[in-house]
Design a protein around this ligand. Structure first.
Ligand code: 5GP
Ligand code: MG
Length: 194
């Protein structure tokens, strides 16, 4: 697996520091300057599976708030695709919850690329009439569609390259790499069953 890495873009310590900062900012925005006791309601986190799992696991341990998690699932990069094949909601155990009226919702994804995934999810969530709806991504690619899509919290702006690690996959693999990396180009042309 290590031999497949072309370049480390963001190492684990950089990721950890930024995720902590993001949690501080999210908390401050919700509770205001007076402190946690002002935010008596609860936060509903909606992570988009599967790429966001490690990011969310790290982030929530820095959120000193009453919160719940509702997982949803969207696929746009099936199998070994490295460009979006169009975002589609997976109608399964992880479909959009219906009972979000009045909830403070924070949607989380690993990476903002074309914006299709977040647009699809946010459109559906708005129909549920939440009290507030915010969006948070760990990574945003340097491409016009990504920058044009408004998100409330962005961890890092990165070049328009295909990245894996820290939850992000290629054909289901590499999610367990602790750093965000690019893969050697010859691997991306084919499904890697290593
Ligand atoms: P969008 O819908 O914004 O085009 O793409 C968002 C989704 O595509 C992300 O949730 C992620 O699953 C996938 N994606 C986009 N860019 C990358 C990338 O560079 N690497 C990986 N592993 N997944 C990506
Ligand atoms: Mg995804």
């Amino acid at each position: 697996m290590q031999a497949d890495i072309e370049r480390i873009l963001l190492d684990r310590d950089t990721l950890a520091r930024r995720v902590h900062d993001m949690a501080r900012q999210i908390t401050a925005d919700l509770v205001g300057p007076a402190g946690h006791e002002n935010f008596r309601e609860e936060l509903t986190l909606i992570p988009i599976l599967t790429g966001s799992i490690i990011f969310v696991a790290d982030l929530i341990r820095h959120l000193p708030l009453r919160m719940r998690i509702r997982l949803i699932s969207v696929t746009s990069y099936p199998g070994s695709a490295t460009t979006s094949q169009g975002a589609a909601l997976e109608q399964s155990l992880c479909s959009i919850p219906s009972d979000l009226t009045g909830a403070h919702v924070l949607v989380l994804d690993d990476i903002l690329d074309s914006g299709q995934t977040l647009r699809l999810v946010c459109d559906q969530l708005r129909n549920r009439h939440p009290a507030s709806l915010r969006t948070c991504v760990l990574l945003r690619k340097d491409r016009p569609q990504a920058r044009a899509f408004p998100v409330d919290y962005v961890g890092f702006d990165i070049p328009d390259d295909f990245v894996v690690g820290y939850g992000l996959d290629f054909d289901g693999y590499y999610r367990n790499l602790p750093d965000i990396v690019t893969l050697r180009p010859h691997l991306l042309g084919q499904a890697h069953k290593g």
